[in-house]
Design a protein around this ligand. Structure first.
Ligand code: ARG
Length: 567
């Protein structure tokens, strides 16, 4: 906000557009250097004069007129100081506006986001958790930025592993167990299959036969497949309900079974297919990548073929202007190949496909491996998070009535935030105790700060009260000190955090922004007595509290965290 106002102030004085000025302006590292700084190097090149002389001259011209912005030249920098008494009401008004977090940057363009996308009969992995949370946050942030967002859960419900599972199930399966603990039982069967297959080579052939039967519409194979899909989905849906995530579409990979033939024909017509060891590939030498496999030697399609059909479907049938894939970094090559093949097919929109990759997450150094059955189950992590949160809350606030519900919000919020606060490409070694620390850089810290703000407002009967212009003007008298002013400036930067997060596909920008805002508020809170005998002063300060609560709640919900009124 301040950046915009500073640009407006400079506009009549310099031969640059408002956008150009905006791109040059900086937020200084400390308040002594002003609220906004304008480095004069660009003008220096244009005017062929030393930058320090320009900043001197601009400072004089700005200070000639009393506009509530004071300028100081410091070497090549023009430092601008906003007069709090004058600007506090405008900042508050902006922050408290219902559309404060929204922009129309997306201009209604449709973005299709591929997220979560776990595999049937396999555990919902930590990678799927990251994809779900990063994808969900991006969906919210894009929506706030004026995009038309469509989320798709691209379930892995097809592939040779079903052959293995069917073979294992018919040999050693137990229907009752499968019904009760679908994923764990499938995993047991899957592990057993791999153990036995090392001794008995015919197992792999039998598994291949099952998959062949499935692909060719054999009723028994179909029945088993549907059965596996249904029970896995039930289990996934329980996870989504706990995480509070929904999807516009849940479409399995199998949905594209009848759409791949067309892609293969197109590739053939375009003469892009080449034989390689009996398989059909698209060579990508020019792009510096290994060939993209399209048809295996037995004529069956594979993962890249399916993603080609999927992308084309999302573009043509779902009307996507932009396609995002929130999938682990280990699939970098796969997506680069798929996008390159689309481009070769003449689909220039492939430039608007983007792989939003992320790094591995470990739990206390433990990695996951489905094959050996060493898996960290997400529902166990969530259960543990909730029970630990409940214990902490019981200690802090023994009288809380809905403690169990609050513990759900805090425990699960801790896991979500513990994931989202890291730059997505970083490898995360997740520690539950760390993520639950109420005084750390955590979700519970933010939730607790919001609850504290709520409590202050509630005490004075101001929950949901609308601030009017008069009260904003009066607030300025009580919010001009540095702690309040710094806090307000941070709050005003919320739309910038959202914009940057969308531009870089990086929800951690909003997560870190919220930590900063909460820290600023807590500094104000510890420095000032907010509720005093003077009703006017109390009310004045509470407007800032209301603004903090607005921003924290909005940001937390963008990231997928709940924000309980009391903790
Ligand atoms: N099911 C895949 C996996 O778990 C992720 C799918 C991602 N989406 C896609 N369109 N390929 O690895």
């Amino acid at each position: 906000m301040l950046l915009r106002w500073a640009a407006e102030r400079l506009l009549p004085l310099v031969p640059l557009s408002q956008e150009e000025i905006g791109a040059i302006l900086e937020l200084p590292p400390n308040p002594e250097l002003g609220d906004v700084a304008f480095p004069c190097y660009t003008l220096s090149r244009q005017w062929k004069r030393p930058p320090a002389a320009i900043s001197e001259e601009l400072a004089i011209r700005i200070n000639e007129q009393p506009t509530g912005i004071r300028a100081e030249a410091k070497g090549p920098y023009l430092n601008l100081f906003f007069e709090p008494l004058q600007w506090v009401p405008r900042l508050l008004e902006t922050i408290l506006h219902p559309d404060f977090a929204c922009s129309d940057e997306g201009d209604g363009r449709r973005v299709v986001i591929d997220l979560s996308s776990p595999n049937i009969a396999k555990p919902f992995g930590v990678g799927h958790l990251r994809s779900t949370m990063i994808g969900n946050a991006l969906a919210n942030l894009y929506r706030a930025s004026g995009y038309d967002v469509v989320t798709v859960n691209h379930i892995g419900d097809w592939g040779t592993q079903f052959g293995k599972l069917m073979e294992a199930y018919t040999r050693w399966g137990d229907e009752e167990k499968l019904r009760q603990e679908p994923i764990r039982e499938s995993l047991r069967l899957y592990v057993q299959f791999h153990d036995e297959a090392e001794k008995d080579k015919t197992l792999e052939d039998d598994a291949r036969r099952w998959f062949w039967k499935l692909e060719n519409g054999d009723p028994e194979a179909q029945r088993l497949w549907q059965y596996f899909v249904a029970f896995s989905m039930e289990e996934f849906d329980r996870v989504y309900a706990r995480l509070g995530v929904t999807f516009d579409h849940t479409l399995g990979e199998s949905f594209y079974n009848d759409k791949m033939g067309h892609v293969v024909r197109q590739l053939t017509d375009l003469q892009l297919l080449e034989e390689s060891d009996g398989a059909q590939v698209v060579r990508l030498d020019e792009e510096g990548m290994p060939p993209c496999l399209i048809l295996k030697s037995d004529g069956t399609t594979i993962y890249p073929t399916r993603d080609l059909a999927t992308a084309i479907y999302r573009k043509n049938e779902m009307g996507a202007d932009k396609l995002l894939y929130v999938v682990g970094g280990e699939q970098k090559l796969h997506f680069a190949q798929v996008f390159a093949v689309l481009k070769r097919m003449g689909m220039d929109w492939s430039d608007r496909c983007e792989h939003i990759a992320f790094g591995l997450m470990k739990f206390g150094g433990r990695k996951m491996s489905t094959r050996r059955g060493q898996v960290v189950f997400l529902d166990e992590v969530l259960d543990e998070a909730v029970s630990k949160a409940e214990a902490i809350i019981a200690g802090k606030n023994p009288d809380l009535t809905d403690r169990h519900e609050v513990a759900q919000a805090v425990g699960i919020g801790a896991v979500i935030f513990g994931d989202l606060k890291h730059n997505r490409m970083l490898e995360v070694d997740f520690s539950l105790d760390e993520a639950l620390r109420f005084e750390g850089e955590t979700g519970p810290y933010l939730q607790y700060t919001a609850a504290r703000a709520h409590k202050l407002l509630d005490k004075c009967g101001l929950i949901g009260a609308e601030a009017n212009q008069g009260s904003l003007e009066q607030s300025a008298d009580y919010l001009s000190d540095s702690a309040a002013w710094e806090c307000l400036k941070t709050l005003a930067a919320y739309p910038d955090a959202i914009r940057d997060a969308v531009r870089l596909g990086e929800p951690s920008i909003v997560a870190r922004y919220l930590l900063d805002a909460a820290k600023q508020f807590n500094r104000f809170y510890h420095q000032e007595r907010i509720i005093t005998d003077s009703e006017q002063a109390t009310r004045g300060k509470l407007v800032l509290v209301a603004a903090v609560l607005r921003v924290l709640r909005s940001g937390l919900s963008m990231l997928g965290l709940k924000s309980p009124n009391q903790i």
